[in-house]
Design a protein around this ligand. Sequence first.
Ligand SMILES: [Zn+2]
Ligand SMILES: [Zn+2]
Length: 336
Amino acid sequence: MITVHAYAASEAGAALKEFTYELGPLGSQEVDIKVHYCGICHSDLSMLNNDWGMTQYPFVPGHEVVGEVVAAGGEVETVKVGDLVGLGWNSASCMHCHQCMQGDHHLCETVEGTIVGRHGGIADLVRAHWSWTIPLPKGTDLKKAGPLFCGGITVFNPIILAGVQPTDRVGVIGIGGLGHMALKFLNKWGCEVIASSSSKDKESQILEMGATRVVNSKDPKALESIKGQLAFILNTTNVTLDWDAFLSTLAPKGRFHNVGAVLEPMAIPAFSLIMGEKSVAGSPLGSPALTATMLDFCVRHDIYPIVEEFPLKEVNQAMAHLEKGKARYRIVLKMP
Ligand SMILES: [Zn+2]
Ligand SMILES: [Zn+2]
């Protein structure tokens, strides 16, 4: 038995308090990770508050883990004790379904979430299947890498899915935790990147992140100025937008891709898609192999989120900071 020292909420919306639990024997395909850093993502907050109706308490959040392998089961071939690794939203896949067999482990019907029905990474130790325990490339900045395992792969996968070309002019809607990473990726991809944001105060910072230009998302004239120009738009917001106005900024064959989960149905006029052979799509996270590819790309181009670091003991202050919408742009906890 291993005793894990974590932080947990006892009920929906409760403060996180010190909490210990026992882990049984390590499975032959499992890995124990000593947590060095753990990002806090908006999904941690949604789960803590049981917004999605699937949280089990006591609830230990944390699914943007960077740490070190301290134990590996007998059948684990990909990592060994002492390796630096990351763990994101997913912690296990079945490894034999059709989706797993074609490399889409994130689309596995029985994929296990790191903080869904089990305890997450705001702890000294977290356990996962080897498939989602991703080795960090040499030179990775451990302090900033955590958010790449959830927010990072969420915005990187759509670039691959949409087949974005370096010659493309593209758009990113909403420059927060997800959007700012998308700007950095697309800039290094070679694209001309138009950021759509409603906060004037962020403009100079948005340009520094890699946007070529910022348009005010609330100004119809600003969208009119880029009509028919974008090959790809990544929407990271979770609010209802003027969908038709944004679709009109797509070039023919363009793709409007959602990673922000707006709960209200999206009212999309069919003709806005039909006439220019446009499409609307969405995606969750990405596969383990693509996560590894993304990490290589990040190290090569020095792409990291802008993070605010909190010590573990200030986890509740960090959560409150996130809840107030003050995070600039991702929060990372440093483990003692
Ligand atoms: Zn997340
Ligand atoms: Zn599967």
